[in-house]
Design a protein around this ligand. Sequence first.
Ligand code: ADP
Ligand code: 3PG
Ligand code: MG
Length: 393
Amino acid sequence: MTLKRSVADASVKGKRVLVRVDFNVPLTANGAIADDRRIVEALPTLEHLRTHGARTILLSHLGRPDGVRDMRFSLRPVVHKLSSLLGQPVPLAEDCVGLAPIQAAARLENGGVLMLENLRFHKGEESNDPAFAAQLAQLGELFVEEAFGTVHRAHASTVGVARRLPAYAGFLVEKELRELGPLVTDPERPYVALLGGAKVADKLPLLGSFVGRADAVLIGGALAFPFLVRRGASLGATRVEAELEGPLDAFLAAAEKAGTRVELPVDLLYERPGTDEVGAAPANALPDGAVARDIGPRTRDRFYAVLQESRTVFWNGPLGLAEDPRFAAGTREVLAGLATLSGHHVGAGGDSARVAQALGVSQAFQYFSTGGGAALEFVQGAELPGLAVLPDA
Ligand code: ADP
Ligand code: 3PG
Ligand code: MG
């Protein structure tokens, strides 16, 4: 794993330092921060910059406002949290380009920290528009990439700015590379990928890279549904993302050829919306009107049996609708089982981290990545644009 030039080696005193962070934190229905881990994990870099007299300017997105200034996605709650964690007021410039950030940056003193409003209020962020990237870059003299969770996106703030300024990796990015790197280069075998979750269209095309890399892939959550349907299962009234047959067939064929074991649910827990009925059924025959919500007890046992043989485990994605106590058992029991096993266990994903915490099974993991999609792509050996653009150490 090549090391990146580190913020520890940058001379920052009195300089305006642009820091891309991933403060895309989960929010509750009333807009409060449900989990502040992504903010807390960036603090060592921010402390370093503060004690070394930098003028820190933070860049982040929150959610997917799609280029529209939608205040439901304002970073206001984040700067409140950050101010209290840092013990220093962090002003929020009302926009990330234009006059507001220029004026706010001019008021920064050595050791000061300023945050700019959501990058994704502008279309130029996701399209990596050169003019937008140049406007951001103009605000700083150095760039620090600290947003590990976003380095799989080739956006203006991850790639565009890094190309225009002397760029460094922040401490969180360094830690993620150190912790996740061994999963790419030399995982102790057997290596098992335990996958679930709901971002099916995002994740299914990525599964192929586990073929040959992992010894077994265990698939639960909504991610398993297209596979089951493809095998001819009837999933009642379960909503299944269609048009995934291509990547799914390719994955299964490649896995078979490479000898990578693939385990799918053999039973499921379901509910019948509009009634109190909750039940378990074989995964190939749910009753009419039933909606699949979790893996069943036989599947838990089968997954656990594979995990028992493992020396390395990568987990991303709850195995069921774990926010609902009726459908948390699959995730809870499999991870509680994992917690009793030795070996190297790494978790990843915003929802996964929150669910593991809520179910009291976080101790199953020695390390939990702040990245979701980014970690999933990274452990498959993909070159991530936000990392590729950073100079090596
Ligand atoms: P992460 O953020 O960890 O990468 P995802 O965003 O892909 O994970 O998916 C997390 C969500 O998937 C959870 O909120 C969980 O409730 C949901 N989920 C998993 N399995 C099911 C299921 N069978 N039915 C409905 N939702 C599910
Ligand atoms: C994440 O939460 O995975 C990152 O913040 C990236 O968000 P995105 O999937 O909306 O690009
Ligand atoms: Mg998620």
